[in-house]
Design a protein around this ligand. Structure first.
Ligand SMILES: Cc1cc2nc3c(=O)[nH]c(=O)nc-3n(C[C@H](O)[C@H](O)[C@H](O)COP(=O)(O)OP(=O)(O)OC[C@H]3O[C@@H](n4cnc5c(N)ncnc54)[C@H](O)[C@@H]3O)c2cc1C
Length: 364
């Protein structure tokens, strides 16, 4: 969260005792900074708004910005940019860029008011006043590292709408019909998941509370209520797999054996040689290609990597990030109703929206 003080300085206020705490733990400690495949379709939210901001500062610009400052990220799987050794590399770079600003750490913003000239930023350590106020305080995810609803509170104070915040990029809990998933806790298997017209592929991890893993986290971004469809055999043709053979079902199907055993129980089918299966039983096994289930909910904000929803983009100018309701009030990053998929899209959004504050970013 930043605001320019009356004397012209930039003040950075954070309730944490150091900057970039979320960066420290992101991407397994190496921070997935961005992605070679970037477009507005990777975001849940107002697509023209997202496009306008990404067009102005995209992944090429971000990588160039980092390289100019001595950070050369590594690319994994030809898609994902990470810090070479640790997230500290990007934190130190950002700290250096902000070295002339004033940091107010261990300082929690509790409210923001306004008089004719200035914003009055109320904190647990006294008040600050500023002419321009930038709300970059994120969403509600990971409360243990400082998340708060202050951006929403300030937005509402000044007449902005809030799109209901929900946990996203998070595991999904299951209903009674899928109680058998819990026995499989710790097992992972490649799947593809269809949700709200999108398809994601990757490893699904069975967990005590339900299902998780990268593919589920991505699906959670687009899931509201209702069904998702899981293909447990995404690289296989079920008809070929069930061609007459003396092999037992559990041996024949290229799935974790414990999973197949529990799946068979769930459809009341005993393990037997493939050539003894009736057509109806084959049909029941085909359900592995399009297993439809309605999750009960999700693992909540404490486990969610991001918050979906937030300050509505309807009243934010995508050319400046300024509020259309109150001059010199800005909202950027996750506080806004824009949420990226897994894979560096959320940091890219935080950077792209922040760079929109500067009139001539490309010359940085
Ligand atoms: C475990 C985890 C791993 C992630 N990994 C990745 C990844 O690898 N790649 C990726 O793209 N995204 C990742 N994300 C998402 C990404 O971290 C966020 O989308 C991004 O940090 C949002 O940036 P932001 O600046 O908008 O908000 P934040 O990074 O959340 O920063 C907001 C800051 O505001 C401070 N603040 C909040 N309320 C107050 C208040 N009232 N007073 C004072 N200060 C306050 C907070 O302490 C915090 O420091 C991950 C998230 C989590 C939780």
């Amino acid at each position: 969260m930043a605001g320019s003080l009356l004397r012209g300085d930039v003040a950075l206020i954070d309730s944490n005792n150091r900057v970039g705490v979320k960066l420290e733990i992101s991407g397994g400690g190496k921070c997935n900074i961005t992605n070679t495949q970037l477009c507005e379709e990777n975001y849940y939210g107002n697509k023209p708004f997202v496009k306008a901001i990404l067009d102005h500062f995209d992944h090429h610009d971000l990588i160039a910005y980092l390289r100019q400052r001595g950070l050369d990220p590594v690319v994994r799987d030809q898609r994902f940019y990470f810090c070479k050794k640790s997230s500290r590399e990007i934190i130190e770079l950002l700290k250096k860029d902000a070295q002339h600003h004033t940091f107010y750490l261990n300082t929690t913003v509790t409210d923001v008011g306004k008089n004719q000239e200035n914003f009055i930023v109320k904190t647990d350590r006294g008040n600050l006043s500023c002419k321009r106020l930038i709300m970059a305080s994120g969403g509600l995810s990971y409360p243990k590292i400082g998340a708060s609803d202050i951006a929403y509170k300030v937005a509402q104070t000044f007449g902005h709408d809030i799109i209901t915040p929900k946990p996203a990029l998070v595991g999904l809990t299951v209903q009674k019909d899928q109680a058998w998933f819990k026995i499989l806790s710790g097992i992972s298997t490649p799947v593809s998941i269809q949700v709200a017209g999108k398809t994601f592929s990757g490893d699904l991890l069975f967990a005590h509370k339900g299902i998780s893993g990268l593919v589920v986290l991505n699906a959670s971004l687009y899931w509201d209520k209702g069904a998702i469809t899981i293909d447990f055999l995404p690289s296989h043709n079920i008809t070929s797999l069930l061609k007459p053979s003396k092999k037992q079902i559990i041996t024949q199907l290229p799935l974790p054996k414990r999973f197949t055993k529990e799946y068979l129980k769930s459809i009341n089918l005993a393990d037997k040689p493939i050539d003894q299966l009736s057509d109806a039983q084959k049909q029941a096994l085909s359900g592995l290609k399009s297993y439809t289930m309605s999750p009960a909910g999700n693992f909540g904000f404490s486990k969610a990597e991001v918050t979906r929803g937030g300050v509505s983009t309807a009243d934010i100018d995508p050319h400046t990030m300024m509020s259309r309701k109150v001059k010199n009030l800005y909202f950027i990053g996750e506080a806004l109703d824009v949420t990226g998929e897994l894979g560096g899209y959320n940091f890219q959004w935080a950077f792209s929206s922040a760079m929109r504050l500067l009139p001539d970013t490309k010359k940085l």
